[in-house]
Design a protein around this ligand. Structure first.
Ligand code: FAD
Length: 308
């Protein structure tokens, strides 16, 4: 019930300014975000890698219509990737990129700019021997993002994509992307979507997730199971066994700050566990989606405000 208004607020500049300036916000944001600057990202990456977890780093930002901001995001990824190379962390850490942060929404030249910028990021990743995964945003961007993925994969065949189980089209997208060398992160989906394109009922989304998982696990690609849902994690493990997948031929993924004990359990059972680690000052949209996923987070947030 609260999901829709919170997701609507995630795109409201007025609410953004209000939330960003509330005194207790920072402490709660820190639960989900490494910090504002590159040093924070490196410090937390090192901690996670030290406990056997892999990492995918996201330089926060999205929905830009400003060319200079898109270029600045690419520069930030460039610096991040160089640092991962210099510190030896590139062995265990890759990057995740939102195409809307690197120009996908620039009027008239969006797709071309996003492709060029994503290419620059992929070149930097190749230089230090790591990989890139393209995040998936709302359904209006799915075709464009998958088109850019196809182009990038000509030169960088290791570029990964995200598919969202709540979209009705995703089963077919899974079939299309279940080929050898293809890295697909399957998640439920975090945006507010109309019924015409997306399942609205949680049970329907979960059932779609399982159908998609089955396709990916039985396929030839590299499935990345992005969920905190214990039932889906157990089903993924079962499907991996049934498809006779060796450890290392798929991985689990979770968001930084969510279910850390379960992250450790998965590492201890011998499976790969990768943590999505965001950093940067543009945390608002990301943070609001985390509030929308779990009403308890909102209660915690409101209670912290009341005690200030
Ligand atoms: P849920 O049913 O939402 O949650 C299951 C359980 O996990 C909950 O009961 C709770 O215990 C815990 N949990 C879940 N969310 C939270 C939270 N915010 N705070 C505290 N506990 C929580 N979505 C996109 O649309 N595009 C992307 O590119 C994308 N990339 C992602 C990358 C990774 C690695 C992950 C893990 C998720 C990503 N998502 C992305 C978000 C995803 O779509 C879901 O919104 C999110 O993962 C919650 O779904 P769930 O599968 O964990 O199941």
């Amino acid at each position: 019930m609260l999901r829709s208004p919170i997701l609507a607020a995630a795109r409201s500049p007025r609410t953004r300014s209000l939330v960003e300036h509330l005194p207790p916000t920072r402490a709660i944001v820190d639960r989900f975000v490494a910090g504002d600057v590159l040093d924070d990202a490196v410090r937390v990456t090192r901690e996670l890698v030290g406990t056997g977890r892999k990492v995918t780093l996201d330089h926060l930002g999205e929905d830009t219509t400003d060319r200079a901001q898109a270029d600045a995001t690419v520069d930030a990824y460039d610096a991040l990737l160089d640092t991962l190379g210099e510190t030896g962390l590139a062995r265990d850490a890759e990057v995740s990129v939102k195409l809307s942060a690197v120009g996908q929404f620039l009027p008239g030249i969006g797709e071309r700019t996003a492709l060029e910028n994503a290419r620059r990021i992929c070149t930097a990743a190749a230089r230090v021997g790591t990989t890139v995964t393209l995040d998936m945003e709302d359904h209006t961007t799915t075709d464009s993002t998958l088109g850019i993925l196809r182009e990038l994969r000509v030169d960088f065949p290791w570029v990964g994509a995200v598919l969202q189980a709540y979209l009705r089209r995703t089963e077919q997208d899974c079939r299309d992307l279940a080929y050898e060398g293809s890295r697909v992160r399957l998640c439920k989906g975090a945006y507010q979507e109309p019924e015409s394109v997306a399942f609205q009922d949680k049970g329907d989304v979960d059932r779609s997730y399982v159908r998609c998982l089955r396709i990916l696990m039985e396929g030839k690609g590299y499935p990345m199971v992005a969920s905190h849902d214990p039932r889906l994690i157990a089903i993924a493990r079962h499907l991996a066994d049934r498809a006779e997948r060796a450890p290392g031929s798929f991985e689990f993924q979770m968001l930084y700050g969510i279910r850390p004990e379960e992250q450790t359990r998965i590492v201890e059972q011998g499976d790969l566990m990768r943590i999505y680690l965001p950093y940067g000052a543009e945390w608002y949209g990301y943070f609001m989606r985390r509030l929308a996923e779990r009403p308890a987070n909102l209660t915690f947030f409101l209670r912290a405000m009341a005690t200030k």
